[in-house]
Ligand binder design. Structure first.
Ligand code: MEV
Length: 319
């Protein structure tokens, strides 16, 4: 008889609106996408915790010498939440359909997935979605020091979500906008970008408050427009929102060049940075008919990559 095992699949996510402003309790919009992380927990007869993923390699530790290391920090912090209940070792296999450097919310997705398999094993049931969201957000904040939880909400609930951090608002919208994501070839840690923005905000708090307020207004307008499938208006608001992100100082020449060329493509209504900025992905509303990016040798060399993503209407899936 094989060892008992528990498996879940969790979607990654893309921020659509409200980046940075969301950390100041403004409205944001986030989408779960059809790129998933699958986590399988298989019980062992010894006391070894063995974490394996093709991207990050193997990390083994004894249950009795449990400690959080930098590699797999989110996974280990998720395990720590259940430590008193864990009586034997296990293998935790992480299979991701996307790299952790691309900006598809991998930390949130892997945290949600790890907590969910542990709950299944140790408590025997399925953690309610709001509880899972709160627990995963706590894990992320204890590692990163902050986090709006928008990516966590997308991974747990799926679909396109109107989101507010405090007071918490998670409102799933019944829409599936067409999206394309272009990876810029470079990853800058979200924590680093948030720190840069925060330093600027402290120098001009009233200006930044006005920018965040304008982002909030944009997102509000987008919710009304997207519900009516008015993509023309949503695209225009995307461009306006990009202007505000630029004003925060999170754009650069590479991202701007990608955004302007994507906006020129037929079938694209608007384009902007997705996520913290200074790297990661840009997104466009609409579909391009074929693989356009990388457009030249330089982009190819720099690792620019096009992802034709779809909204995943499902959040966490128990397999
Ligand atoms: C990062 O994808 C978006 C930020 O608003 C941070 C967060 O929401 O936690 C910059």
């Amino acid at each position: 008889m094989g060892s008992a095992s528990y498996k879940v699949k969790v979607p990654g996510s893309l921020m659509l609106f409200g980046e940075h402003a969301v950390l100041h309790s403004k409205l944001a919009m986030v989408a779960a996408i059809d790129r998933y992380i699958e986590v399988t927990l298989t019980l062992r007869s010894d006391r070894l915790i063995n974490i394996v993923s093709p991207n990050f390699g193997e990390h083994s530790l004894l249950l009795d010498k449990f400690k959080i290391s930098k590699r797999y920090s989110y996974v280990l912090m998720a395990i720590k939440q259940y430590l008193p209940q864990i009586k034997c070792g296990f293998d935790l296999t992480i299979a991701a359909e996307f790299s952790s450097t691309i900006g598809f919310g991998s930390s949130a997705a892997v945290t949600v997935a790890t907590l969910a398999v542990l709950e299944r094993w140790l408590v025997g049931g399925v953690l309610g979605r709001h509880k899972l969201y709160r627990l995963a957000l706590r894990v992320i904040r204890s590692i990163q020091g902050f986090g709006s939880g928008a990516d966590v909400a997308a991974s747990v609930f799926g679909g396109v979500i109107a989101y507010k951090m405090a007071p918490t608002l998670i409102c799933k919208l019944n829409v599936k906008p067409p999206l394309v994501a272009i990876y810029s070839g470079k990853k800058v840690a979200t924590a680093k970008v948030v720190e840069i923005v925060e330093k600027k905000r402290q120098k001009m708090p009233r200006v930044f408050a006005a920018l965040y307020q304008a982002m909030d207004l944009c997102t509000r307008r987008v919710i009304a427009a997207i519900n009516k499938k008015n993509y023309l208006l949503v695209g225009q608001l995307m461009d306006v929102h990009q202007g505000l992100q630029d004003a925060l100082g999170v754009s650069n020449s590479v991202l701007s060049a990608l955004i302007f060329s994507l906006r020129n493509m037929s079938g694209i209504y608007g384009a902007k940075i997705s996520g913290a900025g200074l790297g990661d992905c840009i997104i466009g509303l609409g579909k391009v008919r074929r693989k356009i990016f990388p457009q030249n040798e330089e982009q190819k060399k720099n690792g620019v990559k096009q992802f034709d993503v779809n909204v995943s209407s499902r959040g966490i899936i128990y397999l």
